[in-house]
Design a protein around this ligand. Structure first.
Ligand code: TYD
Length: 212
């Protein structure tokens, strides 16, 4: 069997990490081959170090292009060291964020341009695209509100950005999902978590029956 690559995207506070964990708790034992759960920025030792630099609230002078290149650098390492080898071994890779986050946050949020940010990411990943991408759709106000309730005073550098930034990021995600309608599936993330989890599982069963 060939490997499959599934990514989870969405604004801050959409609940990606929790949903991903609950989905795999439920379907992990039923999958045909081994699977791997990973995340960005990070996912490998070197990439996690780059993550610390990017998200450190002390780095408030970071230039937008520096930020985009650091995300792409972390991603390159993550792809070469973790994702591509796993896919070559026929594993299923589930990633909490991938290139689409850069297109929305840096391309649209930071005004660098979706096309421009896609180019540096194509260089970083060798044009690796997910087979399927879940967009956990939550209004930016609701997402940030969840984070402030969940871990008050502990927002990372990106989460600390103002509402105008987060609204642009959200608009960016809508543009990106329209660019790739074949691989994007939108799930309403304002629903109770169990419903979100079940809809993700139903979609996986329908779209990638071969992995079960
Ligand atoms: P994430 O790990 O999803 O946040 P958390 O662990 O707090 O849930 O992502 C960290 C932040 O990085 C988040 O605000 C989104 C941002 N980000 C980008 O701006 N560009 C990217 O390419 C990626 C992967 C994340």
């Amino acid at each position: 069997m060939r490997g499959y690559f599934v990514s989870f995207e969405g604004p801050d506070g959409a609940g990606k990490s929790t949903v991903l964990k609950e989905v795999l708790d439920k379907i992990g034992p039923k999958l045909k081959t081994q699977y791997l759960v990973t995340r960005e920025p990070g996912g490998s030792k070197i990439a996690e170090k780059i993550r610390d630099i990017i998200l450190d609230p002390a780095n408030d002078k970071m230039d937008a292009k520096t930020e985009a290149l650091l995300y792409a650098a972390a991603r390159s390492q993550h792809v070469e060291e973790i994702i591509r080898p796993a896919l070559s071994e026929g594993k299923i890779v589930f990633s909490d964020r991938f290139v689409d986050s850069s297109l929305a946050y840096q391309g649209e949020g930071r005004d660098l341009g979706i096309k421009e940010v896609k180019q540096i990411n194509d260089f970083a990943t060798g044009k690796l695209d997910p087979d399927l991408t879940f967009f956990l759709d939550i209004a930016p106000e609701v997402g940030l509100n969840r984070i402030q309730k969940l871990r008050p005073g502990q927002e990372d550098r990106l989460e600390q950005e103002n509402m105008a930034f987060h609204k642009k990021v959200y608009a960016g995600f809508l543009k990106v999902k329209n660019l790739y309608p074949d691989r994007f599936v939108t799930i309403d993330a304002s629903q109770p978590i169990d419903d979100v989890v079940n809809q993700v599982i139903e979609t996986l069963e329908k779209r990638l029956p071969e992995i079960f």
